[in-house]
Design a protein around this ligand. Structure first.
Ligand SMILES: Nc1nc2c(c(=O)[nH]1)N[C@H]1C(S)=C(S)[C@@H](COP(=O)(O)OP(=O)(O)OC[C@H]3O[C@@H](n4cnc5c(N)ncnc54)[C@H](O)[C@@H]3O)O[C@H]1N2
Ligand code: MOO
Ligand SMILES: [Mg+2]
Length: 414
């Protein structure tokens, strides 16, 4: 008898996965080697920034009171008594109508409380004149105005980007605690599959899911073992999956999760005594995407159909990978955009359509032939249109949800 599967909503399926996703252990890395990792500690300001009151301009430091009443007709005269660039400290104590010639980044001399830009002055023999009143604090970057010593400036769980590296350098985090990334095993299942350089005999097709998922792992800098293609032989496939599960945190398979005579994954989960979190989701494509857990390990049974495989990876595998590597932001980003062509098909389940989002005009359209078995539309997409289940007849001009994806792997370059 055919097993009856009960579909669950997409959001419930994502949350079921995330509930089981555990952080990996923490390791220390040299800060420039941590690009793309996730912070396992809060980054704390080790001093105020700026560290001292400083000049944001090339100009003159003055006592603001000395400029009081200055106008175009009644210019105030200042005498320059010292000259400093960034990295140097003036030891003069300013008096009325005195100024220090000061460059951007240099500390404000004692007594001064304003900075006049060169452009606001007219030179004289030993100084300059100016034509407006300056207020106390004008043109001064105050100590601690960006952050104060002891403040958490970047919280734990943040992905380390070039900007975060700049902050690590600023506060001398030469070695930083990051989460270890999970390791992945990748198995493409199906007796029809041949690799890129093998002959395409009748009935055979190329394995495209394997290289696609491998590329995601590569972009994420995740240690991945590619077990390549395995035919539909239960015992052999069971052995490969079992060994892969012993050696890795996550086993990703593609194909063999539906109800076909050679779809062996359900029976393999059973024999492994893995807990199946779900095997049917109210979505298209990828409704048969199956996720199982065994101890702290995950088995992602992605569908064989390329668009379904891709959608399953984006919706379930990516958030789990993000959580396991300690990231705070794990859910996909969904925005609104305007549909630029009609989409009249019925959507019994939530439908995900590989799509081309025009960011400039916030218009979106399917990125080509969009059935579950399509491969080209994946390559041409930068997003997925999300149409709710139980609807039909979306028209050009309708506002729709759009899930942002990133096949260029900029986002996933962790
Ligand atoms: N009676 C039913 N039949 C099917 C159902 C169903 O509910 N009842 N679900 C359909 C849906 S939806 C999908 S999606 C597929 C899922 O199939 P599987 O995950 O079991 O995958 P396979 O049967 O192994 O392959 C499906 C399809 O994809 C091609 N494929 C497989 N691996 C790759 C690969 N690595 N690269 C490229 N293409 C691949 C394979 O040749 C098949 O054409 O089941 C429906 N059937
Ligand atoms: O749900 Mo399947 O993945 O559409 O073809
Ligand atoms: Mg099948």
């Amino acid at each position: 008898m055919l097993e009856k599967r009960t579909p669950i909503p997409v959001t419930e399926a994502i949350d079921k996965c995330l509930k089981y996703a555990k952080y990996k252990s923490v390791t220390k890395k040299y800060y420039t080697d941590s690009l793309g990792d996730t912070l396992a500690e809060d980054i704390i300001a080790t001093y105020d920034i700026p560290m001292f009151d400083k000049s944001p301009y090339d100009g003159f430091a003055i006592i603001s009171e000395s400029s009081e009443g200055a106008t175009g007709d009644e210019r105030k005269l200042f005498k320059v008594i010292d000259h400093i660039g960034a990295g140097h400290v003036s030891d003069v104590q300013l008096k009325d109508n005195e100024a220090v010639r000061i460059m951007t980044g240099a500390p404000i001399p004692k007594g001064a409380d304003a900075v006049v830009m060169f452009e606001q002055t007219t030179p004289t023999e030993d100084g300059f004149t100016l034509r407006k009143t300056f207020t106390p604090g004008e043109n001064i970057s105050k100590q601690g105005e960006e952050c104060k010593q002891g403040e958490i400036v970047i919280p734990k769980g943040t992905k380390i980007t070039a900007g975060v590296i700049a902050v690590l350098a600023t506060f001398s985090y030469e070695y930083v605690n990051v989460y270890q990334k999970p390791t992945v095993a990748l198995i493409a299942t199906g007796s029809e599959l041949v690799e890129i350089n093998e002959p395409l005999a009748p009935g055979k097709i190329r394995n495209s899911n394997g290289p696609m998922i491998a590329s995601f792992c590569k972009a994420m800098d995740i240690e991945m073992k590619d077990y390549r293609v395995h035919g539909d032989d239960f015992d052999a496939l069971y052995e490969v999956v079992r060994n892969a599960l012993d050696a890795h945190d996550i086993v990703i398979t593609t194909g063999g999760v539906s109800v076909g005579d050679f779809d062996f994954m359900p029976e393999i989960y059973n024999k492994l005594s893995a807990e199946v979190l779900f095997n049917k989701i109210a979505m298209r494509p990828g409704s048969v995407t199956t996720v199982a857990v065994s101890d702290d390990k995950f088995l992602f049974g992605l569908s064989g159909n390329p668009s379904a495989c891709y959608t399953g990876f984006e919706l379930y595998t990516k958030p789990v990978l993000r959580k396991m590597m300690g990231q705070n932001e794990v859910y996909p980003t969904v925005i609104k955009a305007t549909l630029s062509e009609d989409f009249t098909k019925a959507n019994p389940f939530t439908r995900f359509i590989r799509a081309d989002l025009d960011y400039r005009n916030m218009k979106v359209a399917p990125s080509g032939f969009n059935k579950s078995n399509a491969v080209i539309a994946i390559a041409k997409s930068n997003s997925m249109i999300v149409l709710p289940g139980g609807t039909r007849g979306f028209k050009q001009g309708d506002t729709v949800d759009v899930l942002l994806t990133d096949l260029s792997c900029q986002d996933t370059l962790w």
